[in-house]
Design a protein around this ligand. Structure first.
Ligand SMILES: [Zn+2]
Length: 204
């Protein structure tokens, strides 16, 4: 038993180090490990060389609804669910694995890293709390993050319907995102979107 508790503690410390390295806020460490706040503070400083930022996590569900965050969050959820289905991973382990893959994906495709580990973690909590959910886009079939309480009939995602105020930069970003979001299964459809011209709604 004694050995087991040492192993458990070692795992907890490793998890905390991984989370800090991935950019997690202290609140995430406190929620996901059984280590004391003092130890986590010390560990954070040791790994990062600075104290963790103070204050509450400012995140509301609305952030996930804006255009770019929504696409990145939907991509993350897809990877996260992939791990759940295929590797039977759950909880923080699935979040860490999915987030690493998300970072890899962003880097390979030279996209901006929009979703932080802490936001990815919050996203899963909002989904678990049924404040957010995902619905399939009626155009491309990819699954996208939405408010659970809203009506979603005929939902069209931000890749199929780039906001009219988008302009060239946003359209280019949409194309790049659509092209790159094909790795996880459900967003294969996004690649199909890239193959056909994006419908840009110009103001009359
Ligand atoms: Zn779509």
């Amino acid at each position: 038993m004694r050995n087991k508790s040492v192993v458990t503690e070692a795992r907890q410390i490793q998890l905390a180090i991984d989370l800090v390295n991935l950019g997690a806020r202290l609140q995430v460490l406190e929620a996901e490990t059984s280590l004391s706040r003092e130890r986590l503070l010390k560990l954070y400083k040791e790994v990062k060389g600075v104290s963790p930022p103070k204050g509450m996590l400012p995140f509301s569900t609305d952030w996930f609804m804006s255009w770019q965050p929504n696409i990145h969050s939907s991509l993350f959820i897809d990877i996260y669910r992939f791990f759940g289905r295929n590797a039977r991973l759950t909880g923080i382990e699935a979040i860490v694995r999915a987030y690493r893959l998300y970072l890899e994906h962003v880097e390979v495709n030279q996209l901006e890293c929009v979703l932080s580990l802490t936001r990815a973690w919050s996203l899963i909590r909002f989904l678990d709390a049924k404040m957010l959910t995902t619905v399939p886009c009626t155009e491309c079939g990819g699954h996208f993050v939405v408010h659970a309480m809203d009506l979603h009939r005929g939902y069209v995602c931000g890749l199929c319907n780039v906001p009219s105020r988008a302009g060239k930069t946003r359209q280019a970003a949409a194309n790049a995102a659509a092209e790159s979001l094909h790795m996880p299964a459900a967003l294969v459809t996004a690649a199909r979107v890239a193959a056909k011209p994006l419908r840009i709604h110009q103001p009359a």
